[in-house]
Design a protein around this ligand. Structure first.
Ligand code: DAH
Length: 513
């Protein structure tokens, strides 16, 4: 006898034991019989059976049996004849009937007469010619002969308790009737049977006794000392339990909140802009020339309503215009074109969160440490890597002595807190100098992936805003981070509400340092 079997026996619930004993006495016992003989209710029998089946001790077979009988309508048809039969009878006498007289001649209502007509044609018993219904040869032949479906109708009428099985000669007619509405009633009955599996046989061979077991310790058991003599059933702590999926934040929300927490802990304050922004803040304040490719219709969503946004104070607009046109007082020669207020007024769905930084600089005095998280919009075609709407996090630090080194240090610290190793490579943005792109290391792939841009805001950006201290700025996409964190190959997964994925995805893979 293997140790396994002993352990299994020890862990059997009393109901399981009772069920097995009944099966030993009567291999074919039904759940109902077991319930009666073992003095259990049927629910306990079924739950014990389920538990035994999960341990491969028995097998639970399920058989569904259907019983067919006539509906009320079916009974009426059986008595009076199918609608088409009633018309056929009338036709057999008169050979032809005007369509419009069909109902009155047969005592049916219009609707029924129409149904009948449909079947008459389908059965080829009649044809209609210029509003007159004529009997066909086949119809004449059937005038004195029951169709296969009618035979079944009769048969079911005789067997009012229901029929489980039809003989071959009735099968055709039965199938025809099942295709018609409201004639047949189908009652389904499920019967269960239990089959002892080899493991069950072995358990019975080894044998066991049935003793009442304590399932719950009561206050009295403990007080009176009865607990000492009670019989306990051991628990199988390795038994499979149903997996419980607790409610949790959406993974994207989780990573956004984690990012917010990191910046808040690093002493940044949070700012939030609006989805709808003027081209002025989204582009012009960032020294992006008005013919810059990113402003093209195919890259940016321009709005009809509101078609334009207000521009900020005249002074700022004037300084920005000058800077674009000839560098203003920044020491640069600008972009050398005629700056247009109208273009700056256009309203756009913000294409990045960087406009929040310039606005923040304009509205606050240094020292500044600001971050913002939010949705941005670009005219992208959906694919596994792109969405027209996604999230960015943006950061800004401005103050005396702020340097490019501080920028790299800040980003390093941020990524480290998210659990990533980062490296930097040179880059270009119209609004920063020096500029860089950060890449993080993907352990599984052994490669680096670009995650965001950063740099020191140029004087052409800072001067018009009235800032004369250096400012570092950075921005990055959040969905990409989420894809890496949650091992998602297709960005759309983050927006699909795929319940299986949402349930199973482990949160917080990040190393918090
Ligand atoms: N706005 C850039 C983008 O959407 C990212 C970026 C680059 C933000 C450089 C910055 C920066 O603040 O300095 O890709």
């Amino acid at each position: 006898m293997s140790e396994d079997i002993e352990k299994t026996i020890r862990e059997l619930h009393i109901y399981e034991k009772k069920l097995l004993k009944e099966l030993e006495a009567n291999r074919k016992a039904t759940p109902e019989e077991i319930a009666e003989n073992a003095n259990m209710d049927i629910k306990s029998v079924m739950s014990a059976a389920g538990s035994l089946a999960s341990k491969d001790i028995i097998e639970v077979d399920k058989e569904v049996e259907e019983t067919y009988s006539l509906t009320e309508n079916g009974i009426a048809y059986a008595e009076k004849g199918l609608p088409e039969r009633r018309i056929l009878n009338a036709l057999a006498e008169k050979k032809e009937i005007q369509m419009k007289d069909l109902a009155s001649e047969t005592g049916m209502d219009k609707k029924e007469a129409n149904i009948a007509l449909g079947w008459l044609r389908r059965k080829n018993w009649a044809q209609i010619d210029k509003g007159v219904v004529n009997i066909t040869e086949i119809g004449a032949e059937f005038a004195n002969k029951a169709g296969v479906d009618e035979k079944v109708l009769d048969y079911l009428k005789l067997n009012a308790d229901g029929v489980k099985l039809f003989t071959d000669d009735l099968m055709d007619g039965f199938k025809k009737l099942t295709g018609r509405k409201n004639i047949l009633n189908i009652k389904k009955q499920t019967t269960h049977s239990f089959i002892l599996l080899p493991k069950g046989e072995e358990i019975l061979k080894v044998g066991f006794t049935i003793k009442e077991q304590a399932t719950q310790l009561t206050h009295e058991h403990l007080k009176e000392g009865e607990w000492k003599s009670l019989e306990y059933r051991p628990y199988d702590i390795n038994a499979e339990a149903p997996v419980v999926f607790a409610g949790k934040k959406h993974p994207l929300r989780e990573i956004i909140d984690e990012i917010r927490e990191i910046f808040l802990n690093m002493g940044f304050v949070e700012d939030n802009g609006e989805y709808v922004e003027s081209a002025f803040w989204n582009f012009d304040s960032l020294f992006q020339p008005q013919d810059h490719a990113a402003r093209e219709m195919q890259d940016t969503f321009y709005l009809k309503n509101p078609l334009t946004c207000d521009l900020p104070d005249d002074d700022l607009v004037k300084l920005t215009a000058e800077t674009h046109e000839n560098g203003g007082g920044t020491g640069s020669i600008g972009w050398q074109y005629d700056w247009s207020e109208d273009i700056a007024r256009q309203s756009v769905l913000r294409t990045h969160t960087t406009g929040i930084s310039t606005k923040h600089l304009y509205e606050h005095d240094a020292p500044i440490k600001m971050f913002s998280v939010g949705r941005v919009f670009r005219r992208e075609t959906f694919d596994y890597k792109h969405l027209p709407e996604f999230h960015q996090v943006e950061g800004l630090v401005c103050g005396e002595g702020i340097s490019y080194q501080n920028l790299l240090g800040t980003l390093k610290e941020f990524y480290k807190k998210l659990g990533f190793e980062v490296r930097f490579r040179p880059a270009y943005f119209p609004y920063t100098y020096l500029s860089t792109e950060s890449e993080i290391y993907l352990e599984e792939k052994g490669s680096w992936i670009e995650l965001g841009g950063a740099g020191m805001f140029r004087p052409e950006v800072l001067k018009p805003l009235g800032i004369d201290q250096p400012a570092l700025a950075f921005g990055m996409g959040i969905e990409r981070l989420a894809m890496i964190r949650y091992d998602v190959e297709d960005i759309r997964m983050l927006y699909k509400s795929d319940i299986k994925w949402l349930r199973e995805v482990p949160l917080s893979k990040g190393v918090r340092l």
